[in-house]
Design a protein around this ligand. Structure first.
Ligand SMILES: O=C1C[C@@](O)(C(=O)O)C[C@@H](O)[C@@H]1O
Length: 217
């Protein structure tokens, strides 16, 4: 399981203060560009790539979780087109913006902040059908049965589509097991924290490393 750590700087100055030495044990950086103003994105993209030149980097502009970042379909498509080739992966909210053409390195990304939907198997199938580099789903479980269902549905999807990379997680405290046991149920990356969390239930990188080591033995 690869460890991905989100960074969420609000300004160029804040980006400059991030200490990249804290990220040595991390496989991938997710730059959450949605915390910054549009006018700073060009410069920030250059700075992020210099600062994390040794890491794979995901470009993410998240609109699903806050009203302030809900942008027009045209602006969103322009953003994806502008930044796709500059980063190793680019997060695309294809269900929200169905007209966006998925770049080769697209993470087809979908969040449900209320539930783990009953129709998750169909959702995963619809995502696989678009042939993205990565299928990513994050949902909010209401009980542990929901967490088990997410793991089971991911396992079934990964067995049906063995060449597809999946990243799935149940958010919140009861979902934390999904952030540790991805290898067992077909999820290839785990999102973890070095400083601030970008979603509820994320564990620290140090905890992930300790706990996955224990679980492996
Ligand atoms: O999609 C995801 C997963 C995530 O929501 C999580 O639950 O860890 C964190 C986000 O930063 C990332 O874009």
């Amino acid at each position: 399981m690869k460890i991905v750590v989100p960074i969420m700087p609000k300004t160029l100055a804040e980006l400059a203060t991030i200490d990249e030495r804290k990220f040595t044990a991390v496989d991938m950086i997710e730059w959450r560009a949605d915390f910054m103003t549009f006018s700073e994105l060009e410069q920030a993209a250059r700075d992020v790539k210099i600062k994390f030149s040794k890491h794979e980097i995901i470009f993410t502009y998240r609109t699903e979780d806050k009203v302030e970042t809900q942008i027009s379909a045209t602006d969103y498509a322009a953003l994806i087109e502008r930044f796709a080739a500059d980063f190793d992966y680019i997060d695309v909210e294809k269900f929200t913006f169905p007209d966006v053409v998925l770049p080769e390195n697209a993470i087809f990304s979908y969040h449900d902040f209320d539930q783990i939907p009953e129709r998750l198997p169909d959702i995963l199938s619809d995502m696989i059908a678009e042939n993205p580099a990565v299928v990513k789903f994050a949902g909010m479980p209401r009980d542990f049965a929901d967490v088990l269902r997410l793991m089971q549905d991911t396992l079934a999807a990964s067995e049906k589509a063995p060449h597809q990379t999946f990243v799935t997680m149940a958010m919140g405290k009861i979902g934390q097991v999904t952030r540790l046991m991805g290898d067992e149920f077909g999820s290839s990356w785990t999102f973890a924290t070095v400083e601030a969390a970008s979603a509820p239930g994320q564990l620290s990188v140090a905890d992930i490393l300790t706990l996955t080591k224990i679980l492996e033995n």
